[in-house]
Structures are given as C-alpha cells and as structure tokens.
Design a protein around this ligand. Structure first.
Ligand SMILES: [Zn+2]
Length: 455
C-alpha cells in the first residue's frame, strides 16, 4: 500500500474532539503524523468526525449463524446450559466452508458498525466426529481467510480445551470438536503464528486444569513477553458454585492466586466477582472482557462495573455470541443496566460535565486494543490506522458538535452513522457499505440455507 494523507473535519484525540486534523498514514498502515488545526490543502477530506475503531475483544464468529435459534421457552425455566446444548447440536452440522462464510459475514457486519479488529476465541478445531482434519489447522485457517476477505484486524486466540468440567471431568460428545492435547495445541499455535498475531486462550477453569493452565502460560511466554492470554471466567453462578466445591475458592480469586495475571490478560465476563475479587482484578492491570448483549441474552448476571471503574479497572467489549454486531449497543447497555440497577443517570462516568459516550468509547477502545495486543485504540502516532468516520448528515448527529457527537452515537438511534471504515490504512467500508459486502453476503446466504435444511 501507499502512504496517504487525509484532512478530517474533526477527530477524537485522547478525550478531546479537535477540529481540522490532518492524518498522515505511512506505507505500513500506521499513523505517521497528526496535525490538529491544519489548513485545507490538497489532501482528501474526511467529512465528519473520525474516531479510533473499536477492537472486538471476544468473538465466536460461527455463533452468528445460530443467533435467534435458542429463544424458545424450555419445559421448566431456561438457562445458559440449555443454550449450550443448542449450540453443540448446531455446530455438529458446520463444515469448514460454513465456518469461513459465517465468519466473513460476522466480521463484515462488525466493520460496518465500527469494530475494526477482532479477537477470535477459536475453539472449533476438529471434525464433527472429534477426529483431526487432514490439515489440523483447517478451521483456524478458515478464520484467517474470512478475516482477510472482510479486512478486519485479526488476533487469533487458539483455545486449549481439555475437560468437560472442574476436576478433569470427561468431555461430553458435544465437546469433541474442541479437544486438543498439548502437542496438538502447541503445533496449532506455532502454525498459526506464522500467519497472524496470536494469543493463547485456555478456555476456562472448567475445561483446563491447573497443570494445563500453567503449561499454557509458559507456552504464551514462549511466543513473546506481550502475548495475550484470554480465558472465560465466572460467567455463570453455577460455575462459581462448582469452583467453590472443587477448590474452596471463587473462580476469579483462584485464578489471581494461581496464575500470573497481568496486563497481557483478558478475563472474559468475570461477571460474578465479590468486592475483593473486583479490587484485585482492577489492580492486576488485566482487561475485563465485557460482552453485555450476550451476557444479557444468556441471563448471566451483572458485572460490578461502577466499583471496578472506581478502582481503576480496565475493560473492553466483545460481540461474543454475535447476537449484536454493534459496539455501540454493547456500550449503551453497559451504561443502561447500571442506570436500571441504581435508578440514576450517567453512572459510568462521574466527572462533572464529562461525556459518558466519549468516556465509554475511549475506555473500550484502549482496553480492547490492550487485550488484542494490537497497537490501536487511540488516534496516536505509531498506532495502526484503524479509523471510523461518522456521517455528519446522519439524523442522529445533525447539529451536534464535539463530544456531543459521541453521546449521540452511543445513546440515540437504531441505524448506524458509520460512513467509512479503514483498517491498517485500507478502506473496507465506504458510504456505509462493506467493499466486498455482496460476495460475502451471498456466500453467507448459501450457508444459512444449507444449515436450515440440515438442522
Ligand atoms: Zn465466549
């Protein structure tokens, strides 16, 4: 690619919206220089506000195709564990071609809403009968191909999944596509690191025991001192009860006591933390991976976001099960749930006069970038040119200026004002449409029709 320069009407730099910002991008797709107050020159204009793209820090792309399939009332109440059974039945029908088609659609939809990068928590490794594919990295390579087609910035998180529950319980039949031994997992990570940035993802304390967790931490370090480590933790009250029965400790407390949790780590969900765990998690420098729409869909519970932020905790957002493609919906409901809980307004940002929308966006962008290990999340020299341009003529934004534009984006409307999206210096969304949208959508439609007939 070539170096390029643009003049943005305005841009979010740090926590401030500045007018007339010239953005120089180098041939590697990074921001080379920022010039606020630049005079109009002969560079291309970006009409509207430019903001840093949002990293999606937790995604299971294939679940996009089962969104809406688990919304029928069960015989006696319903819960996460019945949803998981539906998911296991669904994925038994997925072919490698399906995985690629669904992932490309998921990433393209996310880009159109402002997710410029994604951490794919990839635990689908084997054929439906549990045997390895002829190419053991078949499905991971499909994810990479989908990310390349969509143009999203990918951090691939191969998942280590060993057991069906705490105490090395045997895996169920529905989990056999996930299982890898240590050699198979290390080989997969090594193979994929040649294609894309990777992190290491021990699935959960349910699926990975203490010895394998320690081994996975060593493996992560072998890929470099900044290699991200992600795991699901404390999503469900049942998981807390099972962890207490197994170890005498709550899941997040156990993890903080037994693993080197620091700024490389992303604790996905961490929904059920007590006051002590919340403070310790904030102090660790790790990122809490909050997936509000999925957590709401699954009835997980409510993360104590306000005390966590008061303790200096960092967070990012993830589309997780992909019931929503919009980072704005995640942020909106992060705030709304706490308003409903506290019967108050403007609760996740407490500095008088500060913009709640700008605060949520900036925190989620920088926390997400930290979790992905991607130099991004702020408009700053040296970071990837992951840019989202908001349409100033969108009805939600007309007449708004400065950070009021961000409050309008986060808290009003049901259509997106995202006009153009750039990832690493390349435009992937123009005038609200993905540049390869029709081909990606056609492939997704073929897969959805095949799955509808197969299920
Ligand atoms: Zn997940």
């Amino acid at each position: 690619m070539h170096a390029a320069s643009y003049l943005a009407d305005s841009a979010l730099i740090g926590a401030e919206v500045l007018d007339g910002v010239r953005i120089d991008i180098d041939a590697d797709g990074r921001i080379a220089a920022l010039h606020p107050g630049a005079a109009p020159g002969d560079v291309a204009r970006l009409a509207g506000l430019v903001v840093p793209g949002l990293p999606n820090l937790h995604c299971h792309a294939f679940q996009r195709a089962m969104a809406g399939l688990a919304e029928r009332a069960g015989p006696e109440g319903d819960n996460f564990w019945r949803w998981r059974e539906v998911m296991y039945r669904f994925l038994a029908a997925l072919t490698p071609e399906d995985v690629q088609a669904i992932a490309a659609q998921t990433y393209a939809e996310g880009l159109c809403h402002g997710y410029t990068s994604a951490a794919e928590f990839h635990y689908l490794h084997n054929a439906p009968d549990g045997t390895a594919y002829a190419e053991p990295a078949e499905l991971a390579l499909r994810i990479v191909a989908a990310a390349e087609a969509a143009g999203v910035g990918l951090t691939l998180l191969p998942v280590l999944y060993r057991h069906g529950g705490f105490g090395a319980a045997p895996a169920a039949a529905g989990q056999r596509r996930f299982l890898l031994d240590r050699d198979g997992f290390a080989a997969l990570c090594g193979a994929m690191a040649r294609h894309v940035p990777i992190g290491i993802a021990p699935h959960s304390l349910r699926a990975v025991g203490p010895d394998d967790l320690a081994w996975a931490c060593e493996l992560a370090a072998a890929f470099g001192p900044a290699t991200p480590v992600h795991l699901h933790v404390a999503e469900q009250a049942q998981e807390v009860a099972d962890c207490l029965a197994w170890s005498g400790a709550r899941p997040v407390a156990w993890l903080l006591d037994h693993a080197p949790v620091d700024a490389r780590w992303c604790l996905v969900h961490a929904t059920h933390v007590d006051g002590d765990e919340c403070a310790r998690l904030a102090a660790s420098g790790a990122v809490a991976g909050l997936c509000q729409t999925t957590e709401a869909n699954l009835g997980d519970g409510i993360f104590p976001l306000r005390p966590y932020l008061a303790a200096g905790g960092r967070f990012g957002v993830g589309s997780d099960s992909n019931v929503s493609a919009s980072p704005v919906e995640e942020l909106r409901w992060l705030e709304y749930v706490r308003r409903l809980e506290s019967r108050a307004r403007n609760v996740t940002e407490t500095r008088p006069g500060a913009s709640v929308g700008a605060s949520l966006l900036a925190r989620a962008a920088s926390g997400g970038a930290q979790a992905l290990g991607r130099p991004a999340g702020t408009l700053a020299v040296g970071n990837m040119a992951d840019l989202v341009v908001l349409d100033p003529a969108h009805p939600a934004l007309i007449g708004r200026h400065g950070t009021a534009l961000l409050d309008a984006w986060v808290f009003s409307g049901n259509t997106t004002p995202v006009a153009h999206v750039m990832v690493g210096g390349t435009w992937v969304v123009r005038n609200g449409a993905h540049v390869r949208g029709p081909a990606i959508a056609a492939s997704f439609a073929r897969t959805m029709r095949r799955l509808a007939a197969a299920l």
